[in-house]
Design a protein around this ligand. Structure first.
Ligand code: 2RA
Length: 330
């Protein structure tokens, strides 16, 4: 199978290649695409060298699948051109996520929505993916009424320059491009992405809208505060969930532990709970600190952690590609 990876030299693109290798995806020809300045450079995949090509060259090669992680503008311009040439695009940007004609997919939840006609499929936002992996099974059992999410997001979500800013600030090196409006080391920024309507950031609006589309359920309310913290391993989320129906905590833990892709780490007597430092490089969504909200009935608190570059981006996209291949949709 011919696979294009558009944005192959970026942080997510690099992880996409790593995940394709790890999962032994049936790649017969890799077509790495990056900016013009990278065209001609070589990358190694499965022990073989592949030359980075231009976008048009990649389109002309007619790959069956193109994994995109190259920003919304690039996706808006080139995903349709790949699709017109017969390629199925799986796009990690926000460009198509809320388009009513495009599927927004977390394979464990709604891959069955995908049909052969879907030539551009949207990969959800990283903080959305880990959230819905936990909300979905609980919604099916107890019926969500209201969700309040506070995120603690890794600098890797912003990109390599943000990681460089943090690492430079840690060693007191001020001679580095500032990605954030303030220092990130020893700090917490209540701003992920830019501010948009109603003084919410785009990140918060993604968290408030995408889960309802993925879960095909807009009967519950969801509000979010997204915070950037000086962490590299993954995103963490403190979630307060009110249900229409009451629940039993042991049953909640059982449901989540039986959910594919979710790992329950919840034994506070032994200080067992999820942490980003230990989620880095893993594909699971880790959940812990599961407890009743003692302030109101039918409500719980829990804590969700996942590697935002893997299940939050690259692995979810590759899993969609696996679904396409496994169901003869490409
Ligand atoms: C972030 N979720 O963490 C956004 C994009 N990766 O910045």
């Amino acid at each position: 199978m011919k696979i294009a990876v558009v944005g192959a030299t970026g942080m997510v693109g690099q992880i996409m290649l790593k995940v394709l290798e790890e999962r032994n995806f049936p790649v017969t020809e890799l077509i790495p695409v990056a900016s013009e300045k990278s065209v001609g450079k070589k990358i190694t995949f499965k022990g073989k060298e592949f030359e980075i090509v231009s976008m048009q060259k990649a389109i002309d090669l007619k790959p069956e699948i193109a994994l995109f992680s190259a920003g919304g503008e690039t996706s808006k311009e080139f995903a349709p051109k790949f699709a017109e040439a017969g390629t199925t695009v799986i796009d990690n940007s926000s460009a198509w996520r809320m388009d009513p004609d495009k599927k927004l997919v977390v394979p464990e939840i709604n891959a069955n929505e995908i049909s052969k006609e879907d030539k551009i499929i949207a990969n959800p936002n990283c903080s959305t993916i880990q959230l819905v992996m936990v909300l979905h099974p609980l919604n099916q059992k107890y019926d969500l009424k209201r969700v309040i999410v506070s995120t603690y997001q890794s600098v890797t979500g912003t990109g390599k320059n943000a990681v460089d800013q943090l690492n430079a600030e840690i060693i007191g090196n001020d001679d580095v491009a500032k990605v954030y409006p303030y220092e990130i080391f020893k700090n917490a920024l209540p701003q992920c992405d830019v501010f948009a309507e109603d003084d919410y950031t785009k990140e918060e609006l993604k968290l408030m809208k995408e889960p309802k589309k993925i879960m095909a359920d807009d009967t519950f309310n969801l509000t979010a505060t997204a915070v950037r913290v000086p962490v590299q391993g993954g995103h963490s989320e403190s979630v307060n969930i009110e249900f229409e129906n009451d629940f039993n905590l042991d049953e909640v833990r059982k449901i989540l532990s039986e959910t594919p892709g979710v790992v329950v780490m919840d034994d506070v007597k032994n200080k067992i709970y999820p942490m980003p430092l230990y989620s880095e490089g893993k594909d699971e969504v880790f959940v812990g600190r599961i407890r009743r909200d003692l302030s109101q009935p039918k409500t719980m608190n829990l804590w969700i952690v996942a590697d935002n570059l893997r299940k939050g981006a690259a692995t979810n996209a590759v899993q969609i590609a696996e679904y396409l291949v496994g169901n003869q949709l490409v």
